[in-house]
Design a binder for this molecule. Structure first.
Ligand SMILES: C[S@@+](CC[C@H](N)C(=O)[O-])C[C@H]1O[C@@H](n2cnc3c(N)ncnc32)[C@H](O)[C@@H]1O
Length: 299
């Protein structure tokens, strides 16, 4: 596993731009391919949540052509014209791939009944890149538990977001049978970066990454992603859920921002983001990349 991470750091994948494009970084794709090559077999499969147009799924499928790999997506985001499933199918044809299976379902429905889709196989490598709200992130971790192989590896994308880091930490805190072994973050979401920095994210860890392994024997020390002490944003979820027009609140976020900056009534600016949207609050995070007990056991 250490070699897979180091190889991804030193020699990230060339993204096949003529056929594949999507939302991921070259180091992530490289890491998934490296891990798939050592993990995937007849009993242990690759499963991802969040396929979009197939960049990560088809990259992995190409690295293990003898085995079926699976991607769950209900095409709820970034697909107003309903074209993404067709694009994935075209790309499979172009790349001559026959082993990628799309599970066209809401991820929670699919994970609740995963044996219907992956049959008797277990998930040996699981990649989470679907909806990024706190609940979806933690449910994607909790619902997969019965279907993981004993030595499964979980890779979580978009860990720059503070609520994604919080979901990973909450999961790790509540189950010592899973350990974080590697983490990497960048200073902002790639869409908020200027050209040079964005290129670096595209050729690197995109929007931050966590790698978690199953650790049933408690071989590794606890190691957690950095999170904020103040939990008031999570507490405030309750206010949205109980508001008169809860569904409308997202439509007014921009107006709320403008009103807040004009009113001068927002005294506490500590929660103010730098950007209009996609704030990750990952700039200046202090952290170690590797779980030191993983490094010392492996080196
Ligand atoms: C960031 S994209 C995934 C990027 C992809 N891994 C790639 O390589 O480009 C997130 C995907 O999650 C999917 N998604 C959002 N909510 C979902 C849900 N409840 N169930 C299944 N998929 C969902 C969206 O349709 C979208 O395609």
């Amino acid at each position: 596993m250490l070699e897979c991470i180091r190889k991804a750091e030193e020699d990230p994948s060339e993204i096949n731009n003529s056929v594949l494009s999507g939302f991921s970084g070259a180091k992530i794709i490289s890491l998934l391919k490296n891990l798939a090559e050592i993990i995937v077999n007849n009993e242990k499969t690759y499963l991802e949540v969040g396929v979009y147009r197939g960049l990560t799924l088809l990259s992995v499928a190409g690295s293990v052509p003898a085995y079926d790999v699976y991607g769950i997506d209900n095409f709820a985001f970034f697909d107003k014209e309903g074209r993404n499933l067709g694009i994935i199918n075209e790309r499979m044809e172009l790349l001559n791939l026959r082993n990628a299976r799309i599970i066209n379902e809401d991820f929670e429905n699919a994970l609740e009944n995963l044996d219907q889709f992956i049959l008797e196989k277990k998930a040996g490598l699981y990649f989470i890149d679907g909806p990024h709200d706190y609940r979806s992130q933690i449910m994607a971790l909790l619902l997969i538990k019965p279907w993981l192989s004993e030595d499964a590896v979980i890779v979580i994308d978009d860990c720059n977001y503070r609520h994604v880091r919080q979901a990973c930490r909450d999961f790790l805190m509540t189950d010592p049978g899973y350990k974080l072994i590697f983490q990497a973050y960048t200073k902002a979401h790639p869409d908020n970066l200027k050209e040079g920095d964005r290129k670096q994210a595209e050729t690197g860890w995109w929007n931050g990454i966590n790698v978690i392994v199953r650790d049933p024997d408690n071989s590794y020390e606890p190691f957690y992603p950095p999170v904020e002490k103040d939990k008031s944003l999570f507490t405030n979820d309750h206010l949205i859920h109980t508001a008169m027009y809860p569904g409308a609140s997202r439509k007014f976020l921009r107006i709320t921002g403008i009103l807040a900056s004009l009113s001068g009534k927002i005294k506490d600016k500590s929660q103010k983001g730098k950007y209009r949207s996609l704030n990750t609050y990952s700039d200046g995070l202090k952290y170690d990349n590797y779980n030191s007990s993983f490094l010392s056991r492996t080196d």
